[in-house]
Design a protein around this ligand. Sequence first.
Ligand SMILES: [Zn+2]
Length: 1010
Amino acid sequence: MSTPPASAASSYRDTLNLLDTPFAMRANARKREPELQAFWAEQRLYERLARSGPSDAGRPAFTLHDGPPYANGALHVGHALNKILKDIINKHALLQGKRARFRPGWDCHGLPIELKVLQTLRPEERQALTPLDLRRRARAYALEQVELQRRGFQRWGIWGDWEEPYLTLDKAYEAAQIGVFGRMALAGHIYRGLKPVHWSPSSRTALAEAELEYPEGHTSASVYVAFPVVEVPPSLQTPLRLAGIEGPTDHDHREQLFVAIWTTTPWTLPANLAVSVNGNLDYAICRDGSAEAPRYLVVAAALVERLSQTLERPLEALATVKGSELVGLLYRHPLLDRTSPVVVGGDYITTESGTGLVHTAPGHGVDDFLTGRAHGLGVLCPVDEGGTLTDEAGPFAGLNVLKDANPAIIQALRDSGTLLAEQAYAHRYPYDWRTKKPVIFRATEQWFASVEGFREQALAAIAEVCWLPESGRNRIEAMVRERGDWCISRQRHWGVPIPVFYHRSSGEVLLDKESLDHLQALIAAHGSDVWWERTEAELLPPSRAAEADQWRKGTDTMDVWFDSGSSWAGVLGGLTPSADAPTGLNYPADLYLEGSDQHRGWFQSSLLTSVAVHGHAPYNKVLTHGFVLDEKGRKMSKSLGNVVDPAVLVEGGANEKQAPAYGADVLRLWVSSVDYSADVPLGPGIVKQLADVYRKVRNTARYLLGNLHDFVPDRDAVAIAELPLLDRWMLARTATLIDEVNRYFEAFEFYRFYQALQNFCVVDLSNVYLDIAKDRLYVSGADDFRRRSCQTVLHLVVERLAGLIAPVLCHMAEDIWQNLPYRDKAKEVEPSVFERGWPAVPEEWKWDNAYDFETHAHIKDLLLGLRPLVNRGLERCRQQPTGGAATGGAATRGAAPGKGIGASLEAQVQLSFANDHPLRAALDTLERSAHPEVDNLKDWLQVSALAIDGPPPAEVLAEEEEAGVTVRLARAAGQKCERCWHYSDDIGAHPTHPTLCGRCVDVLARSSPA
Ligand SMILES: [Zn+2]
């Protein structure tokens, strides 16, 4: 027998069961996360869990269909929010045993990439560039960008088919898109028409609604103009005569009577073909008091006073007529040699602004276009692609509508004496979202999807979908209800062609099934380049070969929203749905998840194409998230310097001190922590907080792992039914957590998970259970029941904890799993935490199964009610000077000199309760425990002695009272045991270990038998 020198406290330290685990306090994420990802790749874990195999028939498929980000630019935190949310949902589904295959995608066509390519070229290179050259360069650029973004997404731990993502430039995808277009065309939903569309002179192309933005501070040059009347209809002659307004003849009021209009786009005046009125409004014929010769203006009656001020001239109403009575008036164009009529427009004509009479240019406005169509006015559009006025604009030809046209036209009005007033006018005005230049309405030949043809079906489909948050339903419903036809053609080269031929002489359009099928097959085989590579003879179906010289292929490409809006066909196999779809993906998809701006973007374009072809939505559920702002709620921008770069957050910045490598899990934890139903904040302060929470979870896990180093479940675990009350409480608490987290994940409310996880780790585990457990784990004999029962709980909890955090903190969860100390000794431990599956709650853990509700309530009262009260008293003692040497025993009022308390074990506690206090029943429950070596209040309070009732201690250091409970704290009697630090009367009673208490002597005797 070897007896350690009794005086060396450090030798007793060696007899404690101390923490031992390779799971480090520091995550070292930059190295460790890629290692774990390599482990998943090597195990082919995602593939095995997500893809269907022969043995997987029973597992349901879950499809979260990825909305394709644009293949341009570095990843930003918006990408992180979007893709990590998707990954959390997918990993949760995988853990639940669903085949959650995720096929990430990229939107690869369109103007921004085309512009990127053009920007890299010298002017002479641009000149020589053929459409095919441009397309090849654009393709190469897009693929480069895809590769950069792909690596970023993978570094964040996102699982998916990264080796076979979907790209809208893939030939199979393009062919499916042509298939969608063809089905819509054959169903009569596609038409070609002259129509004013949002046109960007700066990009020389038509733009979709989604490509517009409305910057603050736009001001237009608005003008009030008097159009001279040249002919008065008979219906108006009597009122005029009664008002004393007389011309050379009854119908001729030349240069006397004027209709007054107002416009914010003077450059559209050369295209004026009518003045519209609201038939139901009252109009006044007013004397213009400023004119020398008799002069009369027609304006809305309600506006006479206001216009008097605006036009700075006295206006006196002489007669009032209905708008409908003005029909038949003819006026002379103030600048060009033509006369036009006054017509009845629609309800869009109000008295909110202007004059109540509307300058109507059907080539430059949607209302104008519709009014023009109703009255057979024709469409005049004297503006070319670059915004330059054409010869049809007469003397103004050659002027640009966004530059010099307005001043010239206003000057001409002034010279002609028809300008009533000129005014700068601030209003919402659309801009090209890419060039940041104003757009105009311009009538052009375009291809349209006729939303009118399936609007009701689309609205019915919206009603069938589950929208989260619910407000999304109203948003998209209003947008679909009010939207016009969808202009799907673009005058660009980098896209999928609109597959039509035009007859060279008649202009007839070839768009039939034979031709569409033929082109779909060609594109499936060769990609859409074939449209540019081949001649008409090589593109037309064989039956047309003989007449190939009569046809000309079109040059328009499709709106990129049509590309991504066809993904239900290109990716989910929606054109050929079948029970054994080879994609392993569901159509309709279970879920679409994107930013809330996609109600007018991808959610809508996908809905419209799917409804047009199949009559239903491509998704069952749509979840939206807000946008990422800085901590003050401002947009992130380089100029404000408030951009959080996810790459720096994960991998660290140039200065490690200022920008440490937090790792992907901290980025993922952020995503889980925010209520993304609104815009979400991110900044340095938030990252620090997240890193703290991350560390707390990690250290909790480390403590659990570190105390299991000698534990083998099969050999050492205590049966659940045999566990002490304290342990049953911990398991019941864990069961509640699992139930809660389940609910939060099902509702996609991850921020509640984040709060529950923090609460569980900090309060239930660290502050209560593990705090009390220290004595059981360190001081007991390694194989003592009170230690093994605690380890049983730790191993059950750490496995569940790993499972619950796996969807969010996937790397940490796997790291915990790989560091389970018994994984090699226990058959039942799967290679990966993701193979274990989503934690289920064993029935016997639940408190109503463990013991009656009352018992549970008692334990909870003692742990979460009484313990904090005692801790408060201890804290007060700590604020007094500690005993002896440390402070020299300076006296504090109310405390005996030199008698302060440091560790709680230096204290003894006396409790007294009011009569019939509920805690008395709680104490009785505890008394009845079969395991007093664990379930005793002295240990739960971590003090060296406890007395209930009886006389108070001699020198009370602190007293707390709350709701009928009085806690008195005093210095513990006896001496401190060098091994367990409890104060005891029997120190010195054991000759071999004169500095140890009887309990420790006993432990040592058992662990090293003589
Ligand atoms: Zn001891």
